[in-house]
Design a protein around this ligand. Structure first.
Ligand code: ADP
Ligand code: MG
Length: 682
């Protein structure tokens, strides 16, 4: 027997060229091959008679070769082979293009099983390029449910099928990781059977069973991972905070907290008294004021002698939080520091020394916080902002730098309930369902190029009123293949020809950290009128004086992403506007964008987005912090998700500490899944 980890090159017919094709599909080992699942099935089990063939509907039939196949050379690169076949009901002419081997394989007077679709014209029916095999050979491409695999150039489905069958014949499929009682309780197909069925189902219903098992397994592994995190958390203790007075904090605020903010802060304060580490998600739409909730939590931690780490996904955001939070908290006696990758080596070293020696109460930073050289003297509270940008593993890494610290995660992206359940199944939730008073909803418009002059005039008018404008482009630089608005070129055009009188700055992800910060900071100070940018400004950035958000080629962005971008304006007292430019004419795309213009409800937008794009792609695949599920679909497999979650958490509760080979296999699968989800930070 071969092993799952053996390379595909041990298979017959896999030389360097084949191996390269397989590598294109991320298939290196026999295990990868066995886990290469079909994207669908074709039912080729039914044999029909030729007279019953329906135009354009492929089917199997058995027929005898009634003429010697003849190949004609039509022109360079085009050979046509013709042959007549028939059964007791009718005759049929078959045509093959550039398949000269057919003449050798279809023998006059012999019978074969064919699979193909007839096409009709006034002369009669004929069939182009059917597949065929001898009735004496084992069914491979006819007389069966045929798996249809994801393929790559040069690798046909039949070849993939043969390779997988070969691998299955010499190698056992992955071992069962689901406990037997759970298989029984939830009527789940065992692993060994599942892999066999997936690649060679006896019926479509059987294939469905196998698929259900794989979905259940994925959800189970993920949920078990979360349950383990929670179990690890459960045994932990935290010294209850004694000092929970918030009055100095609220008095220092330039505004009064919204009811929702007060509620969330209250829930956090209650968690701080419980004697176990807090595990809380604060979820609120863009602009709902999550930063102040984080600041309040950090204030309380600081007043009780704990250090706080606030981790954010971008340098711009770190810089901005640092500016606003230190302005608020430093006068209250909280020592605040900044730590980002873009800082000078000396500055970073100083920040780290101050953290390690307890000279800082709060550090705001990017993934630089995760580095081994970042050490805390007494990390008591970990806050992650824009949590959907981080993986579960990164959150865990930061937590590991303290002695069972409290955890507060904040997410601006409204997450559909199904997804929230999955991503944050291990957290309590506070919802900020109220915007600060005086906010007006952002007026949104979908426009075509035709409106360009009017929009330009509008931007000029807003600038004359002292307001600022973002213009977001889908690309950084011109790319002739894509024909998208590129920030660099567009900024240049605007400066030279459209708004020569205005101050225009440029911000994109390829710029150095310090440069980005400088541009953003200067825009925030009102030193430029227009910021031409890519989606680097999507997350969190707060410039209340900006009232116009123009998005170029808006159809290139996801709906949730557009909603996030739109959330960059409407943050002050002034009426704000969002203008979506598109050259797209697809009615479906246009109606989605129009719908976005009509609603400000982030949750509804997120649900819609999930429907359109599927979960893998939800936040832009790289951003979700979610593992890429291979078979499961979060919008349609909800019931199975709930079953798997229930199964996983009760299993971990009772057997989480087991060290049987099966339990270890499950653990290593969990690790692989969480590792795959890691490295999602930009
Ligand atoms: P979020 O992170 O939830 O998108 P922010 O924390 O960036 O939102 O807050 C958005 C804006 O609202 C900021 O300018 C902030 O100062 C302001 N803000 C927050 N809370 C209040 C409040 N209670 N009243 C008025 N303005 C507020
Ligand atoms: Mg925010």
């Amino acid at each position: 027997m071969a092993k799952l980890t053996d390379p595909v090159t041990i298979l017959r017919g896999v030389g360097p060229a084949r191996a390269k094709q397989l590598a294109q599909l991320n298939i290196q080992t026999l295990g990868d091959l066995i886990c290469h699942f079909p994207r669908g099935y074709e039912d080729r089990t039914q044999l029909v008679q030729i007279q019953d063939l329906q135009p354009d509907i492929p089917a199997c039939f058995r027929a005898m070769v009634l003429s010697v196949p003849r190949t004609s050379h039509i022109r360079k690169g085009l050979d046509i082979t013709r042959v007549q076949v028939g059964d007791t009901t009718a005759r049929l002419n078959l045509t093959f293009f550039n398949q000269n081997f057919v003449s050798d394989n279809l023998l006059y007077g012999h019978e074969y099983i064919f699979y193909g679709a007839v096409s009709g014209d006034f002369i009669g029916y004929s069939m182009n390029t059917p597949v065929f095999e001898s009735p004496d050979s084992p069914p491979l491409t006819t007389r069966r449910i045929l798996p249809v695999y994801p393929l790559t150039a040069g690798l046909a489905n039949a070849a993939m099928l043969r390779l997988i069958q070969q691998a299955m014949a010499i190698c056992d499929p992955p071992a069962e990781i689901l406990p037997a009682p759970i298989l029984e309780q939830y009527q789940i197909l065992p692993a060994a059977q599942t892999y066999r069925v997936i690649h060679a189902p006896g019926s479509l219903a059987e294939a469905e069973q196998a698929k259900r098992r794989m979905i259940f397994e994925e959800f189970f592994v993920f949920s078990a991972g979360l349950a383990l995190l929670r179990a690890a958390q459960a045994g932990k203790k935290a010294v209850p905070y004694a000092n929970l007075t918030l009055t100095p904090f609220t008095q220092a605020l330039p505004f009064s907290l919204t009811g929702a903010q007060r509620r969330a802060i209250g829930e956090i304060a209650a968690d701080f008294q419980k004697g176990v580490p807090m595990n809380r998600l604060v979820q609120g739409d863009v602009g709902s004021g999550k930063t102040m909730v984080a600041a309040a939590a950090a204030y309380l931690a600081g007043k009780n002698g704990d250090q706080t780490a606030l981790m954010v996904p971008t340098e711009i955001l770190a810089e901005q939080h640092y500016a606003s939070i230190s302005k608020l908290l430093v006068p209250l006696g909280i020592r605040v520091g900044l730590l980002t990758g873009a800082m000078r080596t000396g500055e970073k070293r100083l920040a780290r020394e101050n953290l390690a020696s307890g000279q800082l109460d709060l550090v705001i930073g990017t993934h630089a916080l995760l580095s081994q050289t970042t050490v805390f003297s007494n990390l008591g509270l970990v806050i992650t902002d824009e949590q959907h940008r981080f993986g579960v593993a990164q959150r865990a890494a930061l937590l590991g730098k303290g002695q069972d610290p409290h955890l507060l995660v904040m997410s601006a992206t409204p997450i559909p309930r199904t997804l929230a359940l999955l991503m944050y199944g291990d957290l309590e939730v506070s919802i900020l369902d109220e915007l600060p008073p005086g906010r007006q909803s952002v007026q949104s418009f979908l426009v075509s190029e035709f409106m360009r002059p009017r929009i330009n005039a509008f931007i000029r008018k807003q600038a004359a009123l002292g307001h600022q404008c973002y213009i977001v482009c889908p690309a950084v630089a011109d790319n002739p293949e894509q024909n998208l608005k590129a920030a660099e070129t567009w900024a240049d055009t605007l400066r030279r020809t459209v708004f020569p009188e205005l101050r225009i700055s440029l911000l994109h992800g390829q710029m150095k950290g310090a440069e980005k910060e400088a541009v953003m900071a200067s825009f925030a100070r009102g030193e430029s009128d227009i910021l031409v940018a890519t989606t680097v400004i999507e997350v969190g950035v707060d410039v209340p004086n900006a009232t116009v958000m123009v998005i170029e080629d808006a159809d290139r962005f996801g709906l949730s992403q557009l909603h996030q971008l739109r959330g960059r304006v409407g943050r002050g007292k002034e009426q704000s506007y969002c203008v979506l430019f598109t050259r797209n004419r697809n009615p479906q795309t246009l109606s989605r964008l129009k719908a976005l213009c009509k609603t400000a409800d982030g949750f509804r937008i997120a649900e819609e987005d999930l429907k359109i794009r599927g979960p893998g792609d939800f936040f832009g695949a790289r951003q979700s912090g979610l593992p890429a599920f291979r078979v499961a679909n979060l919008s349609s497999d909800l019931e199975l998700l709930q079953q798997a979650q229930q199964a996983a958490s009760s299993w971990i509760d009772c057997h989480g500490a087991e060290m049987t080979p099966q339990a270890q296999a499950l653990r290593s699968r969990i690790k692989a899944l969480f590792d795959r989800a890691q490295g999602t930070m930009n």
